[in-house]
Design a protein around this ligand. Structure first.
Ligand SMILES: *[C@@H]1O[C@H](CO)[C@@H](O)[C@H](O)[C@H]1NC(C)=O
Length: 323
């Protein structure tokens, strides 16, 4: 009964919200819980241990009975897909993540490498016909009865402008003029977060906010996104971009920053010695993350290429909150 009510509220919110973000619905398990895997920076046709990571995701995915998978972007190296008929889609995705437990929706965001190819191809329904798991949108809200996942804020459009535009060409079709596009997306995300009545709030993007990996912090996101996430009590920000596994706790708010960008090439060996926030865990090698959610507990785990549990952390919600 309580769950039904919550679901109704969410539907109403969806219809009345003042943003243009696309809503996707995801069922929880019968007991109201959810579990999912997070992997990023992966598409290399099995190379650099991608296949080994995929195999272990299948094993752990079965044990946790995962409901879906989140990809944090840089889905296809080195330069996204060339078009909807690019065989890399099958060679790096369909024929790699073959385990039974991974035959679930894959909610995927776009990374900077994806923008070096044909972005519209990754967003296309044609890919969904080839492999129905594939769900890649520029930005969306994933509604469940337990959590809302706000995704793919395209924030790398900022960073790419300032840092790497000189060296590569990017497909900006559909997001021009970029400045206005970014301002609008930020406003939409803020408005969606403000309206959210969800127990857990998770935001996913490709780029780091905080990291001690090679890319480090992303100043644009620290300045413009992090304050919004703090204001609206987002529980977790999840990203890839740095090819590592990492858990950083903010010192000034309860938000947890989680990096899962270790789906293939890793071991960069470039680790910064300091971060303004508190680094709980960092692993330079390949692997992935799992999240298990109930009404009052989130369990976060990182696994390596052998399926070994590297790190585990629990977050508790107040059972009797003011709302
Ligand atoms: C694959 O994983 C093993 C174990 O972590 C590691 O020793 C090896 O360097 C990895 N291979 C590559 C190409 O990263």
């Amino acid at each position: 009964m309580a769950l039904c009510f919550l679901f109704l509220v969410m539907c109403l919110v969806s219809f009345s919200s003042g943003d243009d973000l696309q809503r996707l619905q995801q069922q929880t398990k019968a007991d109201g819980s959810l579990s999912f895997l997070v992997v990023g920076d992966w598409g290399r046709k099995g190379a650099y241990n991608q296949s080994q990571v995929a195999f272990q995701m299948g094993r752990i995915g079965q044990r946790l009975d995962v409901d879906f998978v989140i990809s944090t972007g840089d889905n296809f190296y080195n330069s996204g897909l060339t078009g909807v008929d690019d065989l890399a889609f099958e060679e790096s995705f369909s024929s790699i993540y073959t385990a039974e437990s991974l035959q679930k929706p894959w909610y995927s965001v776009l990374g900077n490498h994806d923008y070096r190819g044909n972005v519209e191809a990754q967003l296309s329904d044609v890919l969904r016909k080839i492999d129905q798991r594939w769900l890649c949108l520029r930005s969306f809200v994933l509604d469940t009865e337990l959590v809302e996942v706000f995704s793919s804020i395209q924030l790398h459009l900022w960073t790419t402008t300032s840092q790497t535009q000189k060296d590569h060409t990017y497909d900006w079709s559909g997001v021009n003029p970029r400045k206005q596009y970014l301002a609008k997306i930020l406003k939409d995300v803020e408005s969606a977060l403000r309206d959210s009545t969800s127990k857990w709030k998770i935001v996913v993007g490709h780029h780091t906010i905080r990291s001690i990996g090679v890319h480090g912090d992303t100043p644009e996101l620290v300045d413009q996104l992090l304050p919004i996430l703090k204001t609206y009590n987002v529980d977790f920000y999840i990203n890839g971009h740095d090819h590592c596994l990492e858990h950083i706790s903010s010192r000034s708010s309860p938000i947890q920053l989680l990096t899962s960008g270790a789906g293939s090439k890793a071991w960069r060996g470039d680790i910064k010695s300091w971060n303004e926030d508190h680094v709980n865990f960092f692993y330079d090698g390949q692997g992935f993350m799992s999240i298990q959610l109930t009404d009052n507990i989130a369990k976060i785990e990182f696994y390596d290429v052998f399926g070994n549990l590297l790190y585990s952390w629990n977050s508790f919600k107040q059972l009797y909150s003011a709302t």
